[in-house]
Design a protein around this ligand. Structure first.
Ligand SMILES: O=C(O)/C=C/C(=O)CC(=O)CC(=O)O
Ligand SMILES: [Ca+2]
Ligand SMILES: [Mg+2]
Length: 418
């Protein structure tokens, strides 16, 4: 696949994250206007709500684009997703007869504020990065051996939709219960081991019925698109609370996502296989589809007041052991109904080399190996005022499919009454 040319300025360079090949879906507002659906193209946003009002696009009776989320479009199903993408491609392509009619509905991205692109129904987080699971085992349980279930089950836990926020939202350091190994009593106070997790988020577009399983292939077709996801994690709170039921408060204070939903359709040319199976998966998880995607990812950190960010890690979504489709199939396998707007975290993405680790916990090896930023500052975990940013892109021939950034700055914990 090569660059598809558009008449919109800024959309035809190899550097733009938003060429015509991408067409990601977001929610934006400009000064004094309500949040509504928009599509990124080059440096602009196509105002879908205004286009709908003008009668230039009609996807469903009553309209779907004035909403502050894409859930209404997701509910229309894959045939209409394809029709929308085809229509947008036709309207924005170089030489399009629609140019003069469409041009008034482009808004500069520089003038827009981006909001949550979807209403998250429920949020589930998985644990599908093999290197990450081995590293966490080595640090927390003294052995890199995978848990006995890991090669058979896409391990996950149910998270909180209420704490999923859009990129750019500040995150407050959580207060929580921790216990030092030699202390007799636990303590309640600000997290001292605040971390990130580099993940991709898969967004369920098509629901599945309560009681009805889906195959991996059906699950793949249910996924509307992907975002970058930072599953902020309080390691000291987590390590005290997590047995036997898994993460709770250590991961419930904030999960950031990038503002643009990159559709599965835009990512089609970048499909990648899951790795060879060390243990054959049970038949219900069997599939021959390439459920992963070749998406280059990176993490950077910028302390308060610093003039530059330091890249901490670079890896790729194709490193994962389980695909989002396999996770979704497993999720529904016992009869759990999946809903439009459900968000599935991939699990932390860490490649085999240390330069590819997707959490600070791994990069500083549980605090034992501090690292130095380009500014000279030394870090293990996150300090107040630090800004952490995830970036992602799929690189084609002379173009890229960008995700925008997923960023957040850490604010000091809520002061406790003394
Ligand atoms: O191995 C553990 O005890 C903890 C693992 C995690 O914190 C990872 C988690 O949230 C799932 C993931 O992102 O891979
Ligand atoms: Ca996670
Ligand atoms: Mg979270």
């Amino acid at each position: 696949m090569t660059l598809m040319k558009s008449w919109v300025t800024g959309a035809n360079s190899a550097e733009t994250p938003f060429p015509l090949n991408n067409l990601p879906y977001g929610v934006f507002s400009t000064e004094g206007t309500e949040p509504r659906c928009g599509v990124a193209i080059g440096d602009m946003i196509l105002d879908m709500a205004a286009l709908e009002t003008a009668g230039l696009i009609a996807l469903a009776a009553g309209g779907v684009f004035h909403a502050p989320c894409w859930n209404g479009v997701m509910e229309l199903g894959p045939d209409l997703w394809a029709r929308l993408r085809a229509r947008l491609t036709q309207m924005l392509a170089e030489g399009s007869e629609h140019r003069a009619a469409i041009a008034p509905y482009l808004v500069p991205q520089a003038e827009a504020t981006l909001h949550m692109p979807l209403r998250v129904s429920e949020y589930t987080d998985f644990y599908a990065g093999r290197q990450h699971a081995q590293n966490m085992g080595a640090m927390l349980r003294g052995s890199p051996d995978l848990p006995a279930n890991w090669l058979h089950i896409p391990v996950g836990y149910n998270g909180r939709a209420s704490s999923v926020v859009v990129s750019g939202t500040d995150i407050r350091r959580p207060n929580g219960q921790t216990k030092a190994p030699d202390a007799e009593m636990p303590d309640f106070g600000p997290c001292k081991r605040l971390d990130i997790e580099l993940e991709m988020g898969a967004i369920v577009g098509t629901p599945s019925a309560f009681g009805a399983p889906v195959t991996v292939d059906q699950a793949d077709a249910m996924i509307f698109g992907y975002v970058l996801l930072n599953d902020w994690s309080a390691r000291d709170i987590q390590s005290w609370e997590y047995q036997p039921l898994g993460p709770f408060q250590g991961k419930a204070f904030g999960t950031s996502i990038s503002p643009w939903i990159v559709t599965t359709a835009a990512l089609e040319p970048f499909r990648a296989p899951t790795p060879a199976r060390e243990r054959t998966l049970l038949p219900y998880l069997d599939s021959s589809i390439d459920g992963l995607f070749d998406i280059e990812l990176e993490v950077s950190m910028q302390p308060a007041g610093a003039d530059r960010a330091t890249t901490l890690s670079r890896t790729n979504y194709n490193r994962m052991y389980y695909s989002a489709a396999e996770q979704l199939c497993h999720h529904a396998s016992g009869g759990c109904g999946m809903n439009t707007g459900d968000l599935l975290g991939s699990g932390t993405i860490s490649g085999p080399d240390k330069s590819e680790y997707g959490s600070l916990m791994e990069l500083c090896w549980a605090g034992r190996e501090p690292f130095t930023l380009d500014t000279g500052e030394v870090r293990t975990f996150i300090e107040d005022g630090d800004t952490l940013t995830l970036r992602g892109r799929a690189v084609g021939d002379g173009y890229q499919i960008g995700f925008g950034t997923c960023t957040g700055t850490i604010l000091p914990a809520v002061k406790l009454p003394s």
